[in-house]
Design a protein around this ligand. Structure first.
Ligand SMILES: Nc1ncnc2c1ncn2[C@@H]1O[C@H](COP(=O)(O)OP(=O)(O)OP(=O)(O)O)[C@@H](O)[C@H]1O
Length: 406
């Protein structure tokens, strides 16, 4: 009798164990399937997502890590949701972006991030550790960057003190390299479309990392330009052809990069345009000062007096070339990187920037009637009250051979 009982007991335990193992593996399978279905649905191409499993987090893990998404752990708030600092059980710090539960855009952003960031690896791009989908919760998990984002250093009074010129230059160079990788060197060709100071994260050594691929677009090898009716981005950073006609290309990222460079040198925010009206615009102001030979006056005072003037001026010059109104005149990122690293690369004079302001132009031409570029622009504006900035052309065109990709 005892033997029978022992056998029954053992059998029960064994069946129980097998069931638990089976259920666990089913659960795991289901999760993997769910991830793969999600990822398959997200992409139209034959992308290999074998590593997807390792990019899957439990909601409970992220709740524990972030103290249930507590306010104390909140790092910031973006257009698609909030970002929280968290610490995993093994001690690793993470940043968790919790996409807004109701937004359809949230899913689109998640899709972009997972597809693009999973495939991209560069020291100047933020690393995506994984994601989590659980009912309405859509979460992205990134490496945690302890120095937060560039905007905090540039535009917060306290932060700027710490950004000396060599850090700024390192950031300017790093962003250029990250962007070059996106445009030309990665397995995909990607246009970021939302490059701005809050999307540049800084590691413990102030190395910049481009983040936020929610609006990024994959770009075909032979494509030079694409169109969209859904114009999304941030005022002040969007190129005129994108903002006004929905045309985007690597050159629209170059425009945003130019704005960033000018912001990094001056410590001032480019406010951009509202309803086609240039507000008090940093780009206009720098261009005006450049033409007066006074560009260095705009250097951020917090850089101090010890700085290499030639390098600062070269950065302003490159920034102005990147924000030129005509996208074909802007350098590609390969050339911008080259201009930064090699002083033997000669720089053409910058032509009028995007959203060139009539008022600063009139001031300029009244005070400095010798400046042919500005006089021409002023005449064009008088003839064109509708402010079709995109139709402006300029004399003193630069040689295009200088500006084309190598
Ligand atoms: N990996 C990270 N490490 C540290 N801080 C981060 C990280 N990711 C984001 N942050 C912080 O959270 C803030 C919000 O980021 P998020 O990308 O959601 O929005 P944003 O870039 O400010 O705005 P938008 O969504 O409109 O582009 C950032 O500005 C940054 O300060």
């Amino acid at each position: 009798m005892k033997t029978v009982l022992a056998v029954v007991l053992s059998l029960t335990v064994a069946i129980g164990l097998v069931s638990v193992i089976y259920l666990c593996s089913q659960k795991k399978e289901k999760k993997i399937r769910k991830t793969h279905i999600f990822l398959r649905d997200l992409q139209d191409d034959e992308t290999d997502f074998t590593s997807a499993e390792s990019k899957w987090f439990e909601l409970s893990t992220l709740r524990d890590a972030t103290d249930n998404f507590s306010n104390q752990n909140k790092l910031g708030q973006g257009g698609f949701g909030s970002v929280y600092k968290g610490t995993l059980k093994d001690g690793q710090d993470i940043a968790v972006k919790r996409l807004s539960a109701t937004s359809g855009q949230g899913l689109q952003e998640l899709r972009n991030e997972v597809i693009f960031v999973a495939k991209l690896q560069h020291r100047n791009l933020v690393r995506l550790l994984g994601c989590c989908l659980d009912n309405n919760e859509k979460l992205l998990v990134y490496e945690y960057l302890p120095n937060s984002s560039l905007d905090k250093f540039l535009f917060d009074d306290n932060g700027s003190q710490q950004l000396d010129w060599s850090s700024r230059y390192k950031i300017i160079e790093g962003i250029a390299r990250g962007l070059l990788y996106l445009h030309e060197d990665s397995r995909l060709r990607i246009i970021h479309r939302d490059l701005k100071a809050s999307n540049i994260l800084l590691d413990e050594n102030m190395n910049p990392k481009i983040s936020d691929f929610g609006l990024a677009k994959h770009f075909g090898l032979n494509e030079t330009q694409a169109n969209t009716t859904r114009i999304a981005g941030t005022h002040g950073y969007m190129a005129p052809e994108y903002l006004m006609r929905g045309e985007f290309s690597p050159k629209s990222d170059v425009f945003s990069y130019g704005v960033l460079v000018l912001e990094i040198v001056t410590g001032q925010k480019n406010r951009g345009v509202v309803g086609y009206q240039p507000a008090s615009d940093l780009v206009n102001n720098v261009y005006k000062h450049w033409n007066e030979g006074k560009a260095l006056e705009l250097k951020d005072k917090r850089i101090g007096e010890e700085f290499p003037a030639e390098q600062v001026l070269r950065c302003i010059h490159i920034g102005l070339l990147c924000v030129q109104e005509d996208p074909t005149k802007r350098p590609c990122m390969a050339l911008a990187v080259n201009m930064l690293s090699s002083y033997s690369t000669s720089l053409p004079p910058p032509l009028i920037p995007g959203f060139f302001s009539k008022s600063s132009c009139i001031m300029e031409s009244d005070e400095h009637s010798g400046n042919a570029d500005i006089q021409l622009v002023e005449r064009r504006y008088r003839n064109d009250s509708s402010m079709q900035l995109a139709n402006l052309t300029c004399i003193n065109e630069i040689s295009m051979s200088d500006m084309e990709p190598r």
